[in-house]
Ligand binder design. Structure first.
Ligand code: IPM
Ligand code: MN
Length: 346
């Protein structure tokens, strides 16, 4: 019989609330014969304050035993900036080789967008997740003086670029429009830019059905606002991907609905699924957070584990729930979770 052994990391702030709803919907959507086992981990600000630890080697060994990880949000104003980001989130992405950071953007019916007209938005960003300027490869000299120099080196390997580009081509190939856009800045970042462009063009030969395009990242931010319909699949580096996926979330319904997967495609390590939003301490504990982004992340998780029908049921349920909101009073986090659970079961 089938089973899912899930690591659950609610984390800080609204992470706790939205993950509870994600699990509720997950239990509701799974067929009877699938055994769901969950183990909760207490990573985040509380553990850091209590022990000074963010994520130990023993923690990584424990997490490795799971089929996948569901994460709420990590972050707290009382923890210095960078400690949890580097010590938890990036450490986990690097340790588990999450080189495909998958961030779909779809403007669903009834969802408000700041864009004019009725834009067609249905694309997915494949953001490289383990290289670029995120590697911590840099340094400072003459620190604290007027002559301080800081470097932050972007690391791009042929191996790392090729595997994420190939993954993006395969995803484009599987979609109806079969279009892949490389986003970079190869007119200025000529070393990394040429590596990306050359590998992109080389891999393109293996995917003759996929239409390809190249756009500089600055121009891409314009098109994401003026003509988002031109995008189907985008592949880009870690930092450009970080920035354009926040913009993508903003134009397609906001971070209340933006889901993401930190994926190790070969399954050597568990992949991790999380809403794009943070811990939102300002509204934490009030039942105000929209759990939709987490629930959609659960759909990505299920698809990654091979439960395509269940993933699609969740996406349909969220879509129907959003379409149904107009003119109705706001619901609490758990009321939305309950409504989605009913929809996926029905
Ligand atoms: C994200 C976040 C992280 C990133 C931060 C918190 C390290 O912004 O998941 O997009 O930059 O990748
Ligand atoms: Mn980000």
């Amino acid at each position: 019989s089938r089973s899912i052994n899930l690591a659950v990391i609610p984390g800080d702030g609204i992470g706790q609330e939205v993950v509870a709803e994600g699990l509720k919907v997950l239990s509701a959507v799974l067929p009877q014969d699938v055994k769901l086992e969950t183990k909760e981990y207490d990573f985040g600000a509380k553990r850091y304050h209590a022990t000074g630890e963010t994520l130990t080697d023993a923690d990584l060994d424990a997490l490795k035993q799971h089929d996948a990880i569901l994460l709420g949000a990590i972050g707290d104003p009382a923890v210095p900036s960078g400690v949890l980001e580097r010590g938890f989130l990036l450490k986990l992405r690097f340790a588990f080789d999450h080189h495909v950071n998958l961030r779909p953007s779809k403007l669903l019916p009834g969802v408000a967008t700041p864009l004019a007209g009725e834009p067609q938005i249905d694309f997915v960003v494949v953001r490289e997740g383990t290289e670029g300027p995120y590697t911590g490869n840099g340094g400072t000299i003459r620190k604290g003086t007027e002559h301080e120099v800081a470097t932050e080196v972007s690391v791009n390997t042929a191996f790392g670029v090729e595997r994420v580009v190939r993954d993006a081509f395969a995803r484009a190939q599987a979609r109806p429009r079969k279009k892949l856009t490389l986003v970079h800045k190869n007119n200025v970042l000529t070393f990394a830019g040429h590596l990306w462009t050359n590998i992109f063009n080389k891999v393109a030969e293996e995917f003759p059905e996929v239409t390809t395009d190249y756009i500089h990242v600055d121009a891409a931010t314009i098109y994401l606002v003026t003509d988002p319909a031109r995008f189907d699949v985008i592949v880009t580096d870690n930092l450009f991907g970080d920035i354009i996926t926040d913009l993508a979330a903003a134009v397609s319904g906001g971070i209340g609905v933006a889901a993401s997967g930190n994926i190790n495609p070969a399954g050597e390590f568990p992949s991790m699924f999380e809403p794009v939003h943070g811990s939102a301490p300002d509204i934490a504990g009030q039942g105000k957070a929209d759990p939709s982004a987490t629930v959609l992340s659960v759909a990505l998780l299920l698809r990654h584990l091979g439960y395509e029908a269940e993933a699609a049921r969740i996406e349909d349920a969220v879509s129907a729930d959003l379409a149904d909101r107009t003119g109705k009073p706001a619901r609490s986090t758990s009321e939305i979770g309950d409504a989605l659970s009913v929809r996926v079961a029905g």
